[in-house]
Design a protein around this ligand. Sequence first.
Ligand code: ATP
Ligand code: MG
Length: 279
Amino acid sequence: MAAARFYSIEDWEKFVDIKQELIKVKEQRRNLQQKLEALTEKLKLETEKREYSENEITKLGRLNMIGQLAAGLGHEIRNPMTTIRGFLQMLQSKTDLHTYKNYFELMIEELDRANLIITDYLSLAKDKPVELKRLCLNKLLDDLFPLMQADAYTQGKKCVFEPGKVMEFEMVSNEITQLVLNLARNGLEAMPLDGCLTIKTFMDDQNIVLSVKDEGKGISEEHLSKLGTPFFTTKENGTGLGLPMCYKIAAKHNAFIDVKTGSDGTTFFVRFPASKIGD
Ligand SMILES: Nc1ncnc2c1ncn2[C@@H]1O[C@H](COP(=O)(O)OP(=O)(O)OP(=O)(O)O)[C@@H](O)[C@H]1O
Ligand SMILES: [Mg+2]
């Protein structure tokens, strides 16, 4: 590059001024570029948040519809079930059918179980006011853990619970129990033999977090977008109502469900706000 020649001191001063101006302009350009990048990133995040909310709203809409349908069906199915139960009870008491007493007991028990499931679904669908109690998630998980361990054991898998220090929050305990069991069951079902399911609780910002981590194969992009859609299932005997129930229960508790998935497994995070529900 040819060297600049200066014929007078004024020339030199002008050159320095221009050079300084140029440095300032460059600095400004860099600042503007940084601001632009930050704003672009913010816009991207906002767009993602909006898409997430829109998806959630669509899911909730579908859930409401399905809830109403389930409520109607459940109600209708209960009547014939009551009749069958009555006849079974009557037959059970007949002395000439005494050899089948155990069968009758089993049939009645199974009917009662089916009835209980319908009651649970109805209580979700109705959105009836339920009693919220300030409870500790760790206590609820401690009580549930033997059940989950037994479930894991019968499938040849393991289950561990790592409780963290978490605040109490207002919950409907049988709904949270249902949510935990559904997530744990999915995790167990996703794993091969010897897989280990890890359940943790911890605080993250102002949230009480429940995480359920499995060692399965993960969830594909295509399936990921369908999670929570009623009746979406990839299992031969699945109904596809487990996760929709979880999403509904989470929404009732002002909680959010996040999923992290990869080839080494999937983690479901349920974030409950520490502040009182309804605040
Ligand atoms: N932890 C997981 N790992 C891999 N896939 C999962 C996991 N959890 C859910 N899924 C996928 O999401 C689908 C829907 O789950 P959901 O619990 O709603 O229904 P389901 O388990 O198929 O049936 P059910 O009504 O008996 O729970 C599953 O069929 C499965 O494909
Ligand atoms: Mg399930």
